[in-house]
Write a protein that binds this ligand. Structure first.
Ligand code: ZN
Length: 313
């Protein structure tokens, strides 16, 4: 199922994967299902529900196949999972995901540390995964997310032409779309606009999502810059869960509630009901008691007289 936005933009919720794998406590299966149900009930149309990795490495993700079957039973929801390699992709395809996302790092140092493979070896993995998909689940959509696209904590600057060349290699290897991730929270809006403009010039409609972090407070500004460069799919995490914050009080992933509020306030339709979205924080808190929840909109509430643009349709 390709992620054609039914509204003006598609918000891809990554909390159940990116968020849960970054916290030390493990959310139980029933709590994960209840949280995903609350997210879908708020109008989110795409959810990254988990990852297919070794349960020894990430015990938080051991039940991902069960979570996929639960989420896939919801009509209209695109169920996405992260896979680090061919083995994970096979498990994801057999579990019934609609979309898989594979992290391909532009920084060789980060790539070795994260998946113990070079960027070129990861492109080979994309090719093998696309062949397997064609053979056993031809409708499944494959996304490559270029991690450390805007800078790397190990290597520092990542040359922009290397990022774009890697993205083009992923498409040539069979990825349906390629997005850019600010894994380390180093991006700024000028850089985001420049890189996504180049990506769209190179890949056209196969240019994918913006995955921005709020580590240094620029998450929303970077999303807006990406929107202005033509991006229409945005990853975000409810309550900003995950993303390895570097500083106390600074969240990792862009907060879904704040991002939806920004777009809706601008008249850019997301399809998401803000009140129900904020209510979904209760399901998150119930499954992860004591975990810190971020977000400015939930703290301040909707402005007086605020008219959401999504309910009428
Ligand atoms: Zn993230």
């Amino acid at each position: 199922m390709p992620s054609q936005p039914r509204f003006d933009v598609l918000i891809s919720e990554v909390g159940p994967r990116d968020g849960l794998q970054s916290v030390s406590s493990i959310m139980g299966t029933a709590h994960k299902c209840a949280w995903i149900d609350a997210l879908a009930a708020a109008g989110l149309q795409e959810i990254e529900v988990g990852s297919f990795v070794s349960p020894k490495l990430l015990p938080q993700m051991a039940d991902t196949a069960q979570i996929v079957s639960h989420a896939a039973a919801r009509p209209g929801l695109t169920v996405m999972a992260l896979v680090p390699n061919l083995k994970g992709a096979e498990a994801a395809l057999r579990a019934g995901v609609h979309k898989i996302t594979l992290p391909v790092s532009a920084s060789p140092a980060h790539s070795m540390a994260n998946v113990r493979r070079t960027p070129a070896q990861m492109v080979g993995e994309v090719r093998a995964i696309a062949a397997l998909r064609d053979a056993i689940a031809p409708r499944v959509h494959i996304e490559a997310g270029i991690s450390t696209a805007f800078g790397c904590t190990l290597q520092g600057l990542v040359p922009e032409d290397e990022v774009i060349a890697l993205a083009a290699s992923c498409v040539a290897a069979g990825a349906d779309e390629v997005g850019l991730s600010d894994t380390t929270g180093m991006a700024n809006p000028a850089q985001v606009r420049r890189l996504f403009t180049q990506l769209r010039a190179e890949l056209g409609e196969q240019a994918g999502a913006a995955h921005m972090h709020n580590t240094r407070g620029l998450g929303l500004a970077n999303c807006l810059a990406a929107y202005e460069a033509g991006v229409r799919t945005f990853d975000a995490s409810l309550a900003g869960l995950g993303g390895c914050p570097y500083a106390p009080g600074a969240s990792g992933n862009v907060v879904t509630e704040d991002l939806v509020f920004m777009f809706e306030a601008m008249g850019i339709r997301t399809g998401v009901d803000l009140e129900r979205l904020v209510a979904a924080r209760q399901a998150l808190a119930a499954g992860l008691p004591g975990e810190e929840l971020y977000g400015m909109l939930p703290l301040a509430g909707l402005p007086k007289g605020f008219k959401p643009h999504n309910y009428a349709a």
